[in-house]
Design a protein. Structure first.
Length: 190
């Protein structure tokens, strides 16, 4: 494997196949989805860039958005995740949106669509989306960066828990455990 690609040397031989199988599935499903002007492709492209898979990343008018504070926090938190967890975030069941609504002390929120059908009335949710990660731009701009990142870690724990097992009990302690699991490679695959 070249030095410019991601390092999967710490993945078990069978685990590497699973990682690439997930990535291949995500790439195939994303290629079939070409929305006119939704943010989700922008954030998937953002994730691709952070995975250092730039040659595979697509760019289709995705620079229409500008979220410097959200991007800075998101990029910093992504660095804490192991590669399989970052790849899991490419799952088409995840939709990521920045909203102009102020989340007060909650700059991010992971919303399971089936549990909160009202979100379909407030936001254009893709049919494949099972969970939406909402980022409140005013709250992210107003709150201290570390506070935003701590909240984002927790909400990404909810996201990763859903992506691993949509039927799992979704409480805050389970989300925090899932975040910790996603930062430790040996516990994430298998």
């Amino acid at each position: 494997m070249s030095k410019s690609g991601p390092d999967f040397s710490h993945v078990s031989p069978n685990g590497g196949d699973e990682v690439f199988e997930r990535l291949h599935k995500a790439l195939n499903e994303m290629a079939a989805y070409k929305p006119p002007a939704r943010q989700d492709p922008y954030w998937k492209f953002f994730l691709f860039q952070r995975l250092e898979f730039a040659p595979w990343a697509f760019h289709n008018g995705l620079d229409d958005y500008y979220f410097p504070e959200a991007e800075e926090c998101f990029a910093a938190v992504l660095k804490e995740l192991r590669a399989p967890a970052r790849i899991a975030l490419l799952d088409p069941r995840l939709q990521i949106e920045v909203t102009p609504l102020d989340g007060d002390d909650y700059p991010t929120w992971a919303c399971r669509v089936r549990d909160h059908e009202w979100i379909r009335r407030k936001l254009e949710v893709r049919p494949a989306a099972g969970i939406v990660l909402l980022l409140s731009q005013p709250a992210i701009e107003r709150l201290p960066k570390e506070e935003v990142m701590e909240d984002l870690r927790h909400e990404l724990g909810h996201v990763l828990l859903y992506l691993r097992n949509p039927e799992a009990i979704d409480d805050c302690s389970a989300a925090d455990e899932e975040w910790e699991r996603a930062t430790r490679m040996k516990d994430f695959i298998g």
